[in-house]
Write a new protein. Structure first.
Length: 205
């Protein structure tokens, strides 16, 4: 049974060879895939909430990979593995390891030296890791969970609202989210910082 996917604005298509990594053969549509992925993601979120992590553990390639694997490992064979193809977004596949290392070094410095506010540190990390696009798919949701882990475990602050979530779906929150991302792309992080603490009704950044 083939996997027939429709893509929304801002989503990265999955290559045919990556589709072969689907572990559940009965999945055939976007709705079915979303359902299985969401359950896997919720399990990963619960795991993150019940653990205590330190910055020295979080800011490692191993942890970045592990979070992605916990989010998608029940659905995709390539969960937690860096992509082997180039996409319409992200660095060249051969640059992933080096660019991630630079980001992890940068965020460690930001935390140690209080370079930015806690919210801005987490948001800058989220934006940078998406721009690297480490994995074949799921980079946006992975980056949001990583940001939540950073803000809660390192800074002991509440996790973000993300415009009351539902970002993967169409609607006001997703539109505001993409607008804030585009602002961050040109170095303006204010809208994205405001969005992550918004509840949906006030997310029209």
């Amino acid at each position: 049974m083939g996997l027939d996917l429709e893509y929304r604005a801002g989503q990265t298509p999955i290559d045919d060879d990556e589709k072969e990594g689907l572990l559940i053969s009965t999945i055939a549509t976007r709705a079915e895939l979303d359902e299985f992925e969401q359950q896997n993601i919720e399990d990963a979120v619960q795991w993150s909430l019940t653990r205590n992590f330190k910055s020295g553990e979080i800011f490692t390639e191993r942890f970045v990979r592990d979070v992605h694997k916990r989010m998608y490992g029940n659905v995709w064979r390539w969960a937690g593995k860096f992509r082997q193809t180039n996409k319409n977004i992200g660095v060249d596949k051969w640059q992933i390891v080096a660019e991630l290392r630079n980001l992890l070094d940068d965020v460690s410095y930001w935390v140690e030296h209080d370079t930015f506010t806690p919210d801005e540190i987490a948001v800058r990390f989220k934006h940078r890791i998406v721009s690297i696009h480490c994995f074949p798919n799921g980079n946006g949701r992975h980056s949001r969970l990583m940001a939540d882990i950073i803000i809660e475990k390192i800074f002991q602050k509440p996790v973000f609202n993300w415009g009351a979530e539902n970002i993967p779906f169409d609607g006001v929150s997703r539109s505001a989210y993409l607008k804030a991302i585009r602002a961050a792309d040109i170095g303006e992080y204010g809208p994205l910082i405001a969005f992550v603490r918004s509840s949906g009704q006030d997310s029209g950044v």
